[in-house]
Design a protein around this ligand. Structure first.
Ligand code: ADP
Length: 378
């Protein structure tokens, strides 16, 4: 659509055109009336003077009388002409004014009513979008705003539901054990204390992750980026988990490309992300297995990949893994100490550092690869 076409379709042009129309209509009517109706009326009034000519007694008196009659006839003709013209112009102005103000005021009233409904909590409220002028654009933006408010509200409600659901399981387990202990049905033995301790730990992790998640969703995660060597990130994460991999009987290998540039990152946060991916690889890879951290240059970014020989993922799960509380197998994740929020936080952190994160897998039972890119430091 050309600039002129867009302007012509706009409200401004329409208002201007409608007013020009009113003026033009007024002028045309006045001219038409003065040119066509005026002379005819004038002639009719002049014809009314015929009887005066018959009864004339003196030239001077007759001329004076004629002048008066002609003047008054002309005045009446002009007045009638202007009345006709004025009425026509007024009618045109009224019709154009009503049409324009309806086009402007109608949608604005609808917008005002819809915003009151949204303020009262009816987030599904939308307004009709007709045409492509500024009011239609306003209605479309209003609908976009209403849609994102509705989405935010839905996510808030889902979060409350998810959190309540996630808290229920460890609390029910704790309660069950404590009741058993009170009734003397459960032995106050080492394994019982270990189980209670594990459940309390799960609750603590969940609360910590939730806190981090709420900060991530409010974009309040403290992330301070500066040039960081990729080796430092890998070293710190591997050091943290090497013992756990050895204890489970999994090989943990690192393969770093040569002469990697520094990345723009927050060292602690980048280590947190890589640790999270490694913890998942550890969690979802049965022994004997192998996990490899690969770091290479990928265009303007450095790519960190964690490849495992674990349980793998079906393609339909891949796009959802980074949604909060999304777990392929809830009970398995829970049994392994997962909270279902790790990857959501990882994504928020990577994005806060200007990178991206994704998952790949050839299919269930065939291992998976989780990768993230961090921008090369300038
Ligand atoms: P969780 O705490 O449950 O591990 P995450 O957000 O870290 O939560 O991961 C979400 C889900 O992604 C997991 O429940 C699991 O189903 C899947 N997943 C994550 N990492 C792997 C992996 N390395 N191999 C297979 N599945 C994985």
């Amino acid at each position: 659509m050309s600039l002129l076409e867009r302007w012509l379709g706009g409200l401004q042009a329409r208002l201007l055109l409608s007013h020009l129309l009113v003026v033009a209509a007024g002028l045309i009517t006045v001219f038409a009336a003065a040119g066509v109706t005026g002379p005819r009326l004038f002639e009719r009034h002049m014809a009314g003077m015929g009887h005066m000519r018959m009864n004339g007694s003196g030239m001077a008196a007759m001329q004076a009388a004629m002048e008066t009659v002609v003047a008054s006839a002309f005045q009446r003709a002009l007045l009638e002409t202007l009345l006709v013209g004025g009425a026509a112009a007024l009618l045109t102005a009224i019709v154009a004014g009503v049409l324009v103000s309806r086009r402007v005021a109608g949608p604005i009233h609808r917008l005002a009513a819809a915003s009151r409904r949204i303020a009262a909590g009816h987030y599904a409220e939308r307004v009709p979008v007709t045409g492509s002028d500024e009011i239609a654009q306003l209605a479309a933006s209003f609908n976009d705003m209403a849609a994102s408010l509705e989405h935010a509200e839905r996510r808030r409600l889902e979060l409350i539901g998810d959190v309540a659901h996630e808290l229920r399981t460890p609390i029910a387990t704790l309660e069950g054990y404590l009741e058993g202990l009170l009734d003397g049905v459960v032995e106050p033995s080492g394994p019982t204390w270990a189980r209670l301790h594990a459940e309390a730990g799960r609750l603590r992790r969940l609360v910590e992750d939730l806190q981090e998640l709420s900060r991530a969703e409010a974009h309040q995660l403290a992330v301070v980026v500066k040039p960081v060597a990729p080796q430092a990130i890998v070293q710190a994460a591997v050091d943290r988990l090497a013992a756990d991999f050895a204890a489970k009987g999994l090989a943990l290998d690192v393969s770093l490309a040569e002469a990697l540039p520094k990345v723009q990152a927050d060292l602690d946060r980048a280590v947190q992300v890589l640790t999270n991916l490694l913890t998942n690889a550890l969690r979802y890879t049965p022994a004997p297995g192998r996990v490899e951290v690969q770091v290479s240059l990928a265009g303007q970014a450095v790519r960190f990949s964690v490849r495992d020989t674990g349980i793998g993922l079906a393609p339909e799960h891949l796009p959802h893994l980074f949604e909060r509380f999304y777990r392929v197998d809830k009970s398995r994740s829970r049994a392994l100490g997962g909270t279902g929020i790790g990857l959501t936080i990882a994504r928020a952190l990577v994005e806060a550092m200007g990178g991206r994160i994704w998952a790949e897998s050839p299919g269930p039972g065939q291992g998976s690869t989780f990768s993230f890119d961090l921008p090369v430091a300038r």
